[in-house]
Design a protein around this ligand. Structure first.
Ligand code: FEO
Length: 407
């Protein structure tokens, strides 16, 4: 991939990883990009780097625009190696270049690379004159690590937002309006990577809103020139916990009994006019389940019992549950067991520990559910539907009345 001019004097010089299928547990079915940018004023500034496996690709891109040995400035917005991995190669070529990063980032770069480069701590509001162009640094801690900052180029109304508003998708295209729908992956990125940092996300959005913006250039995926406001609005909606009239049901079943409970619950909720998202934890995408839970008013977890607890594939979901910030939402556990049971209790405890208001569904069923247990599913679904319907609509939609209700 060749470098690409994304704005006057600003080049994308990153790398495209078509083969990446996972990013710390987040599935990346469409690969990813590592976006590095070169700003060319009277001085040249390299903003971020790429995964070290792609150092040659990035250096080739850089060389098409400038001689990397003559770089004047290096900016590191975040020390995670998918962005800093090429710094040792760059600094070997341009040891004279000062490296601007937050103090925390400098500490992490020193620890990661045993680096003794010419570090300059960048503080909120600091400006760096490139001659005709200026870089301004904006603290953005926990977006995604505590070391993170944004870099703003006011003359182009361009924000280099690092992981914030990123998307894992590999493409020859660089701009959002050149690409097929990538927003599902953007949403998954939010749910998996940034959701644990709810307040920092809102602070980041506020800082973004205070800037004149024409374009946002994140560290992964498309440069956003058409849809950054749309994505920022979605981040705000999710982070303010604006939910839909939806219940997410996630289950695991070995011999269909827990699945029968899950499907009966889903069908009864649907009959009540409540949107249902049903996932089999054994084959569903983890980030899609997390995102659905974030958008829902209630989360139901169902499992058969395996060694006194839920099916092992629940492990990743439960490990991430506390980071989802579902405090105050409704939750319930259900399941079928063969002899001793245990899964329902453990799932209830996990929901409680994640701060949900746990309801007793009365659905801890021995072996296959019969007519009585299925009737209890329908009864619980009606109770739950009434509760979620009573919650104020926070997504701007009007909650539908219960089908058949009048008045
Ligand atoms: Fe894309 Fe937090 O690194």
């Amino acid at each position: 991939m060749a470098p690409k001019l994304i704005a006057d004097n600003v080049y994308w010089v990153g790398a495209i990883d078509y083969d990446r299928r996972q990013f710390h547990g987040l599935s990346t079915p469409h690969g990813s990009t590592y976006n590095a940018y070169l700003v060319v004023g009277e001085k040249t500034a390299l903003i971020d780097g790429v995964d070290r496996r792609f150092a040659d690709e990035m250096l080739a891109n850089l060389r098409e625009v400038t001689d990397p040995r003559r770089l004047d400035v290096v900016v590191c917005n975040h020390s995670e190696p998918d962005h800093s991995g090429t710094l040792p190669r760059i600094m070997e070529l341009a040891p004279q270049a000062p490296v601007y990063a937050t103090a925390r980032c400098i500490e992490m770069l020193k620890g990661t690379y045993q680096a003794a480069w010419d570090f300059h701590p960048a503080k909120e509001g600091d400006a760096l004159d490139l001659g005709g162009l200026q870089l301004r640094f904006i603290d953005a801690p926990f977006l995604h690590w505590p070391d993170t900052m944004f870099t703003y180029l006011p003359q182009r109304q361009l924000l280099f937002s690092c992981d914030f508003l990123s998307t894992h998708v590999a493409s020859v295209h660089r701009f959002d309006d050149e690409m097929a729908n990538f927003m599902v992956e953007s949403a998954k990125y939010y749910a998996y990577i940034l959701r644990p940092f709810l307040k920092p996300v809102l602070r980041g959005l506020d800082k973004m809103a205070s800037l004149e913006l024409h374009m946002v250039a994140p560290s992964h995926g498309p440069v956003l020139r058409s849809r950054f406001r749309e994505l920022a609005d979605a981040y705000r909606r999710w982070s303010l916990n604006q939910t839909r009239l939806r219940v997410t049901i996630i289950y695991a079943s070995i011999w269909d009994s827990t699945e029968a409970l899950a499907r009966t619950l889903a069908s009864a909720l649907d009959a009540e006019g409540v949107e249902v998202a049903l996932f089999n934890v054994r084959n569903a995408d983890l980030a899609e389940m997390l995102l659905s839970a974030v958008e829902s008013r209630a989360l139901l977890l169902g499992s058969c019992t395996v060694v006194g607890g839920p099916y092992p594939d629940f492990h990743s979901l439960l490990a991430l549950l506390k980071g989802l910030h579902l405090e105050g939402r409704l939750g319930a556990a259900f399941g079928s067991f063969g002899w001793g049971g245990g899964a329902v209790n453990k799932l209830s405890t996990a929901l409680q520990e994640a701060g949900l208001q746990v309801l007793d569904a009365g659905l801890d069923v021995k072996l296959a559910p019969g007519a009585q247990e299925k009737a209890r599913c329908r009864e619980f679904a009606r109770e739950l539907a009434a509760l979620v319907r009573a919650q104020p609509a926070t997504d701007g939609r009007v909650a539908p009345a219960r089908p058949g209700a009048s008045g």
